[in-house]
Design a protein around this ligand. Sequence first.
Ligand code: NAP
Length: 291
Amino acid sequence: MTVALTAATGQLGRLVVDALLERLGTERGLESAAVVVAVVRDPAKAADLAERGVTVRVASYEDGVAMEAALAGVDRLLLISGSDVGQRAKQHATVIDAAVAAGVGHITYTSVLGATSSTLPVAPDHRDTEAHLAVIGVPATLLRNGWYHENYVSTVDTARHTGVVLTSVHEGRVASATRADYAQAAAVVLTTPVAELDDVYELSGDVAWTQEDLAAAVTELIGSPVTVARVTPQEQTATLIQVGLDADTAAFVVAIDAATDRGDLAIRTGALARLIGHPTTSLVDGLRPLA
Ligand SMILES: NC(=O)c1ccc[n+]([C@@H]2O[C@H](COP(=O)([O-])OP(=O)(O)OC[C@H]3O[C@@H](n4cnc5c(N)ncnc54)[C@H](OP(=O)(O)O)[C@@H]3O)[C@@H](O)[C@H]2O)c1
């Protein structure tokens, strides 16, 4: 079986490659590194993957012709969502249509937790991509990934200077997990027979933490006390702009906090731990190597 993944030079993609290669030769593992096809837009960034025996092919999400060629002979594809929020649905549709044209037998897509009802600003692109996958006639599996622990590295860095976690979240919890946990789940899904897969996996961490829990984790990591500074969305916007964010990015961050407060990142089904076969990494353990 040949398995391709897009965004193989991204942070999640690299971890998926690692997880696939770690499973070589195991009961459900792939037969060799060469049957892992890393589809990348910049081959220079993938030189290390080629050195490890991975097959590297070049195509961007905008180039359907190159993508169809890159996916020739591929049985299963992991489409990792792109980073151009607002533009991605069109890019993903180009990749999906190319996969169909190339005869790919199954597509796995990294969506967002609770995509159907999520109010996160990143959710509409994912909903559009899920809708496209529903009508192509090729079986698909949705990995609706929750937040990464790694999203909070900047919180740790800021707290070192300010001693606070600045947030407009009140009660909303976050069931985050490491990129590595999500990557391992993707590798498991890619190497599981299609007939055994669910259509949708809502993936998130085992623990749904509060802002106070986040402050406690940061306190442990930096070794000095950190408290929660709860502000209104307007105050948060003003502070973020004051420290150098542009207005759109500040609005994006504040919208994420609003969605967090509505519980959009708190969904827990236990599916991530079940897929990877062990508990998800704790927030403090996930951030420790990066703090
Ligand atoms: N769950 C979360 O908390 C969370 C947080 C952030 C992002 N995400 C989503 O999860 C995805 C993977 O996360 P990540 O941490 O691996 O992100 P990342 O490190 O920023 O990687 C994004 C990847 O997408 C590739 N890419 C972007 N636009 C592309 C295009 N037009 N054509 C081809 N490739 C393109 C990039 O290629 P290059 O390597 O060439 O740049 C890169 O490999 C992100 O793209 C985003 O959709 C989720």
